[in-house]
Design a binder for this molecule. Structure first.
Ligand code: AGP
Length: 372
């Protein structure tokens, strides 16, 4: 009903707007001002976590994209190898699992059958399973060894928005916590990032206040057939998520690519006035990647692409090559998906609405897929 939507035209818009609070709620009670994490709720003993020699993330759809980003964070801060696998593929390839494997199952609903079957398979092989879930008492957390709830509140729209952002926060917490428990050379960085996390809710809020030009752009592209998304590093899964949102909501052909792969094939798709969204990493830190992606933007623009560039505030290098420029606040490199995803959600929602689609209930889709 209209009352449930609290004045918003759709649950999706309401849930996009709720993201600053959702993110803050995921962090609540789990980080403190000194940069220390307390995740006592993860009832896997520290001694066991110190013995973990492999992390495997299993999930579907948008939760899988959160998992792809988790891999960067887990491997960086813990130095433990991490694989990410579509839950629907996982058990069919006879994966190598044992008592030293930590499986992280990510699911908003906690009822996705593919993810549930993957975690059952993992536990049968002796692996420990940690669930990242939004729905209290649902099947996936009940069948896991431990759970980290995202506390995003109920997500009603079929297309996941606030659940995704809070899954990312939970993944960062797991990565940072494993790093803290195991004591890696990144101890100081871990403390700094834990402190930075407390500013993330405000950064997401800032992004939301600057979305009018994104909505206008989306409306102007409503007649297009294809939109491409490019990113590198953690920006690659963000590109995949931007494309998935557009497919499910606008029923448009959309694809996400790793920008470095352009020259290996996808650049052949570029034609006059094709909209291409590029997620640009921070010019600080991983500056090599930044410079490479700026060259990618130049290359596709020279071939006629209409470039829609998502870049950090103060990044001037992109300005000459951006037909449309969307600014996001500066964050530590690994946290950028928390701000860079938001414009892509708004873009897909507005474009779908302009095409006359019902955004809360896209055709052919169910909120949780409880069949294999
Ligand atoms: C996201 O927008 C989707 N509708 C879908 O990909 C979803 O993320 C996927 O089905 C997984 O659901 P879960 O998080 O409830 O397991």
């Amino acid at each position: 009903s209209a009352a449930e939507k609290a004045g918003y035209a759709s649950f999706m818009l309401k849930e996009i707007a709720e993201q600053p609070k959702a993110v803050a709620d995921t962090l609540l009670g789990r980080i403190d001002g000194s940069g220390t994490l307390s995740l006592d709720e993860v009832r896997i003993p520290a001694a066991v976590l110190r013995e973990v020699d492999k992390v495997v993330v299993v999930a579907c759809g948008t939760a899988f994209h959160a998992g792809l980003i988790a891999k960067y964070a887990i491997e960086h801060w813990t130095r433990i190898p991490c694989e990410v696998e579509l839950a629907s593929e996982f058990r069919y390839r006879d994966p190598i699992l044992d008592q030293r494997t930590l499986v992280v199952a990510i699911s908003q609903s906690g009822e996705t059958m593919d993810t549930l079957m993957a975690l059952r398979h993992a536990r049968e092989q002796g692996a420990r399973v940690l669930a990242i879930c939004n729905t209290n008492g649902s099947t996936i957390p009940r069948e896991s060894d431990a759970v980290l709830y995202t506390h995003a509140g109920p997500e009603v729209a079929v297309a996941s928005t606030k659940a995704f952002l809070t899954q990312l926060v939970a993944c960062y917490l797991v990565a940072l916590y494993l790093g803290q428990v195991r004591g890696t050379k990144y101890g100081d960085e871990i403390r700094d990032v834990v402190r930075d996390l407390s500013g993330i809710s405000g950064a997401v809020e800032r992004v939301l206040t600057t979305m009018d030009p994104v909505r206008e752009l989306a409306r102007s592209l409503a007649h297009k057939n294809t939109v491409l998304f490019l990113g590198r590093h953690v920006g690659h899964p963000v590109a995949l998520e931007g494309a998935l949102k557009l497919k499910e909501l606008a029923y448009m052909h959309a694809e996400g690519f790793a920008a470095g792969e352009l020259k290996h094939g996808p650049i052949a798709l570029i034609e006059d006035d094709l909209p291409v969204v590029v997620v640009v990493p921070s010019p600080r830190g991983r500056s090599v990647l930044h410079d490479k992606i700026v060259s990618n933007i130049q290359e596709i623009r020279a071939r006629g692409a209409r470039t829609i560039v998502i870049a950090e505030e103060g990044d001037e290098a992109v300005v000459p090559y951006a037909d449309h420029l969307v600014r996001v606040p500066a964050t530590p490199t690994l946290l950028q998906p928390l701000v860079a995803t938001v414009p892509l959600q708004v873009f897909a929602c507005e474009l779908a609405t302009a095409r006359g689609n019902e955004v809360d209930q896209p055709r052919n889709l169910a909120k949780s897929v409880t069949v294999e």
